[in-house]
Design a protein around this ligand. Structure first.
Ligand code: FE2
Length: 429
């Protein structure tokens, strides 16, 4: 007797009519017409069942602080940075904890059950480290949180960043971050990459840097990051986040750079919602999109994830931690409209970031964690198109969140016609 069977599921890899059997907290079987019984059954009715969404890049310390102490009038990166500076003296552990916890409840409702959050360590009180490390432990039964020590004001540029990094690691931070393009000089930027990757290699930690988040095509710290990753044998454990300068780089240079990134095993994270709104701000027309070269990186075999980056904070007034919105924006900005490319956008918010975070036992296969979503969509393409409702969010066999199918009713020509925008709802002509 199994604990749960989800019957008649479509899977992200294209299999349809699949039953998923769950015993204790693990997936026991994935096959058509599973000959077993369970104490609980969910009929997926030909809808998509997927492993949970993973957000590989967010800032939980600033999330949901929109309007504090005031709104960003210009909507620019620079005003956002100064706003964050204005808010910092008033931050408390409780305020950061409460807002981040609220965001995590939104994440659960949205089926986002893995989060890598950067944590600003350029505040000598390290309030955010304390708040988020506490939250990470408290929420372990519900979702996986990884924390990155992020020297927002520069590892060399902020006087106490090196000491604060040591303190943050001692407080249990998981990953080493950086921001080489924000150091005072290109040389300092490169030195910060070398120093931080070496430190991570010595400690056996992963690296995830904000890297080249600029429109300057000569910001090439990703090259140093790839090279140092090879030097220290850190392939598969290092990530370059944003990489927006690659959008503006010379094609000839990129023809050398992308194979180097692929060889190094460095993963890439684009943040489509934020890149499209914050980059290209010095342009008149045409305006650059600013997102890194997702299509070409994927084609070269680089693991690419999409992150939400911000939800209602000084830099971004929008969002509800819906990773399908992120996938949709990535699809549009990157012109990833081929069938396999659309599927790769879905992978960029599920399997790819799971790999980047190093999550174990993730995915729909026997032996893996019973972490699953039932979406109001037939397949991954429809899921992105509709930002599909999360009908069931399942974490280790338990139903963590639930929503009724979205439906409108149109009163037309004397009839009440139900509309849910899915292909299944189309009339049969
Ligand atoms: Fe970021």
């Amino acid at each position: 007797m199994l604990d749960l069977i989800i019957r008649n599921a479509n899977l992200p890899d294209g299999r349809i009519g699949i039953d998923i059997g769950i015993e204790n907290t693990r997936i026991a079987a994935v096959e058509p017409a599973l000959a077993a019984e369970a104490t609980q059954t969910i009929d997926a009715t030909g809808r998509l069942v997927t492993p949970p969404f993973i957000d590989a890049h967010i800032h939980l310390d600033s999330t949901l602080s929109l309007g504090l102490p005031r709104m960003n009038q210009s909507g620019t990166l620079l005003e956002g940075i100064s706003l964050w500076g204005e808010l910092k003296p008033d931050l408390t552990v409780e305020a950061i904890y409460t807002r981040a916890k609220q965001l995590c409840l939104w994440s659960m409702a949205r089926g986002t059950l893995g989060i890598r959050s950067h944590v600003d360590i350029c505040d000598d009180r390290l309030l955010a480290v304390e708040a988020l490390a506490t939250l990470r432990e408290e929420l372990k039964p519900y979702l996986d949180i990884q924390l990155v020590a992020f020297p927002q004001d520069g590892f060399f540029r902020y006087p106490n960043a090196a000491q604060n990094l040591e303190r943050a690691l001692a407080m249990g931070i998981d990953v080493i971050g950086g921001i080489p393009h924000f150091e005072r000089t290109m040389e300092d930027g490169a030195l910060s990459v070398k120093t931080l990757v070496r430190l991570a290699a010595e400690r056996g930690l992963m690296v995830d840097m904000h890297c080249d988040e600029t429109d300057d095509p000569l910001s090439r710290h990703i090259e140093t990051l790839a090279c140092e990753t090879i030097r220290h044998g850190m392939g598969g454990r290092v990530t370059g986040s944003h990489l927006t300068s690659m959008h503006s780089m010379d094609n000839y240079y990129v023809s050398k750079l992308i194979p180097l990134i692929a060889q190094s095993g460095v993963a890439a994270i684009a943040n489509p919602l934020i890149n499209i709104t914050l980059q290209g701000r010095h342009d008149t027309y045409p305006k650059r999109r600013g997102m890194t070269r997702v299509k070409e990186l994927m084609e070269a075999g680089v693991t690419v994830g999409f992150g939400h980056d911000c939800v209602m904070d000084p830099w971004y007034s929008q969002g509800s931690h819906d990773m399908l919105q992120v996938a949709s924006m990535g699809l549009h900005v990157g012109q990833l409209t081929g069938v396999e490319e659309i599927r790769s956008c879905f992978a960029a918010v599920t399997t790819n970031p799971a790999q980047i975070l190093g999550l174990e036992n993730y995915g729909i296969a026997p032996g893996n964690h019973a972490d699953l979503l039932v979406l109001q969509a037939e397949d991954t393409i429809e899921a992105i198109r509709l930002s599909a409702e999360r009908l069931y969010v399942i974490r280790r066999v338990k139903i963590l969140a639930q929503a009724a199918p979205r439906q409108s009713t149109v009163n037309f020509a004397g009839q009440s016609i139900p509309i849910d925008f899915t292909r299944a709802n189309l009339p049969n002509f």
